[in-house]
Ligand binder design. Structure first.
Ligand SMILES: C[S@@+](CC[C@H](N)C(=O)[O-])C[C@H]1O[C@@H](n2cnc3c(N)ncnc32)[C@H](O)[C@@H]1O
Length: 387
């Protein structure tokens, strides 16, 4: 029996079809029943998907090298390394194992923060990171952090693709967007077109992580050329993720000096509107396979959709950050190891294999990108990004 399915069915029977963002939020984050609260071991060979972290420790070690250089350039103290989406704590472990041995100058003056809203995931992280615990502070939300309080680096790997999306469809006759919701046929979850503004007016409830009450007018993709809309086929489907934009804005406003970056698979805004993406980028994964039904078995499969890097870039710039670049992961990591201080980063056959997987365009090198933005100390020249 799937208890989460029953909870969602009751809700739909009571309220009518719910926005897909609400379904995705519950499927991933319902305490104890949602996918990311149920399983610590979703990543890697035994789980449902691979990440750059599950390839091996090299990803964390390379990031540690780059972060150490950036942190060393932050004037004064304290200096912070803030990770979000730490999940089981493996990336933090790889970074924290490398830093004290290789950059004691940075490590000795560093505070490591894990931004983690879930108490269950915090427990997994505390276990994995027990040896470093005295140096780590857990924070459950950006709201607990003062504006401009972070001096250093805020980073994440595959965080934003795991945030709920609203799924929109294009009505070519009426020349307007509508929102897809989730309804029921018997006991089966099915797609339902929501009825305009009132269709997604469900208010968030106490203790829930995602807002689902975004008015449709605020969800519609912006800045699409009239020529594109004129030829967009009826039913063209895409996703928008206001929660990620809000998260990025919050992160940017907390950054007093330093870098904000995220690795993820995603696209620039215009790349969502191509014929091969006419059904959108929303996917479900189970045991490394694409699942045929995104709505099946909520809480038992991973749900994900591409990140819109343009919307993040715009949000960061609006909060006063400077965009350093948005590179394919392969380009970013390759340039990083070409610098003098990282020349020795790849010295064993295992590291060479990991590097190949992380950077080769047919593995993770092109599918993943990294957006890097920064804020310089007042009155100084910009803290430049190496690549
Ligand atoms: C795909 S996993 C990535 C795990 C890890 N970073 C890696 O690369 O292997 C996404 C993680 O982001 C977490 N997450 C989602 N929303 C979050 C938020 N607002 N703050 C912090 N973590 C969040 C999820 O719970 C999950 O643990």
């Amino acid at each position: 029996m799937n208890a989460l399915s029953d909870i969602l069915r009751r809700e739909i029977r009571h309220c009518g079809p719910i926005p897909f963002a609400r379904f995705m939020d519950r499927a991933l984050y319902c305490p104890e029943l949602g996918y990311y609260d149920r399983f610590a071991n979703t990543v890697g060979r035994a789980g449902d998907y691979f990440t750059s972290v599950s390839v091996g420790p090299l990803f964390g070690e390379l990031l540690a090298r780059q972060f150490a250089d950036w942190l060393a350039a932050v004037p004064g103290e304290p200096r912070h390394l803030v990770e979000a989406g730490a999940h089981d704590g493996q990336l933090a472990h790889d970074l924290l194992a490398w830093l004290p041995r290789n950059r004691p100058d940075v490590w000795n003056r560093l505070e490591y923060w894990v931004l983690e809203p879930s108490t269950r995931r915090q427990e997994w992280q505390r276990q994995k990171l027990a040896e470093f615990a005295p140096r780590i502070r857990w924070v459950d939300a950006w709201e607990r952090v003062a504006e401009r309080a972070v001096r250093g680096v805020v980073f994440s790997n595959e965080l934003l693709d795991a945030m709920p999306v609203h799924r929109l469809g294009w009505d070519a006759t009426e020349q307007r967007w509508f929102e897809w919701g989730v309804g029921l046929e018997g006991d089966r979850f099915v797609w339902r077109r929501l009825a305009g503004e009132s269709g997604n007016a469900l208010a968030p409830r106490v203790g829930e992580s995602a807002e689902v009450s975004w008015p449709l007018a605020s969800l519609a993709p912006v800045n699409l050329p009239a020529e594109l809309l004129a030829v967009l086929p009826d039913g063209f489907t895409t996703e928008v993720r206001p929660q990620a934009v809000r998260w990025w804005t919050q992160a940017a406003s907390r950054l007093g000096v330093g870098h904000l970056l995220t690795f993820d698979y995603g696209l620039r805004g215009e790349e969502f509107f191509t014929p091969e993406r006419s059904k959108g980028t929303l996917r479900a994964y189970h045991a490394h396979r694409l699942s045929p039904d995104v709505l099946a078995d909520p809480g038992a499969q991973d749900l994900t959709a591409h990140v819109n890097f343009s919307s993040l870039q715009t949000a960061g710039e609006a909060a006063g950050l400077r965009t350093e670049g948005c590179w394919p992961q392969g380009v970013f990591l390759t340039r990083l190891v070409q610098t003098d201080s990282a020349a020795s980063a790849i010295s064993t056959p295992a590291q060479a294999r990991q590097f190949q997987t992380l950077t080769h365009p047919e593995h993770l090198g092109a599918r993943f990108r990294v957006l890097v933005q920064s804020r310089s100390p007042p009155g100084s020249s910009p803290v430049l990004c190496r690549p």
